[in-house]
Design a protein around this ligand. Sequence first.
Ligand SMILES: Cc1ncc(COP(=O)(O)O)c(C=O)c1O
Length: 354
Amino acid sequence: MVHAPPRPPAGSPPVRINLYSDTQTRPTPAMKEAMMRAEVGDEQHGDDPTVHALCDRMAALMGKEAAMFLPSGTMCNVIAILTHCRKGDEVLAHETSHILHSEGGTHAALTGVQIMPLRGPRGMFTAEEVRAGIRPRTRYAPPQRLLEVEQTANIGGGAVWPLAQLHAVVEVAREQGWATHMDGARLMNACVATGIAPAEMVAGFDSVWLDFTKGLGAPLGAVLCGTRAFIGEAWRWKQRLGGSMRQAGICAAACLYALDHHVERLAEDHANARALARGLAQIEGVAVEEPETNLVFFDIGATGVSVAELQRRLLAQGIAVSALGGRVRACTHLDVTAAMIPEAVAAIRDALAA
Ligand SMILES: Cc1ncc(COP(=O)(O)O)c(C=O)c1O
């Protein structure tokens, strides 16, 4: 039996403050307007002008030669790994990475790679940690082919990899002849938080993708970028996996709208996350991690209330939070206003005291 994510129990009030995930944003009326006006064609056939416009824009933004529109970030990771690696190859990634924990075992089921989990605080590892993972090139060891990082690191608390640390791990990969891939589900959060331009942030990575369904607020879509040769090869996998679409310009238009209107405002989400963390830090028994972007993780072990119980009590008040790795995660995003933060803090205080 496979369980679906938890839903509010029947009879709960509608969710008013949704801190569950930045994936739960609703397209704004202006975004829907842009989608309605989109010029479309047959994407699979290479004829959708809005998809072309999005891919050209993304390739330029990331400083890469080419880009490909896909329905989801998971498909970007799967296709990138299929394109870089062969069955039996090894990918080095953080032990908390999305590819290891949240893609349904796809690498055993589909790509056939194995993943070496690297350690390090806040979802990041150092060049020394990568070096310690280098295997001898013998017939016994799996061939190591790819180094993967997540910017920002989700289970790492929305932490931003410092540029120097990214460069250092990429350098080890280069020395070893491995390819490098960045899961940029929340890359724009990292760019806005640091003021570093996307192309600079992803320089040195052979492939990178950005999700439009997180803080950027689009209903679906992610764009994978790389060299022309890489994207050409990746198209074969897109086709094989059923990721080639038809009038996808409707969705690409939402992504273009998001690039124009929803990037700079991520700074508001980061400010709301900091305000939330400050409020939570005042609650007895709550240990909160200082957020760098829009994800606030906190531990409530010392309160004697379980994470599931807190979720249940909050849902009864129309407030949703998620549980990740034994901690509570609260995400700020497009549908969370600054005015909701004190209300959420008060509700969490009351729920823990109840
Ligand atoms: C770090 C990270 N990578 C990949 C994904 C997968 O993205 P999608 O939900 O678009 O498949 C997510 C989604 O939450 C994520 O947080």
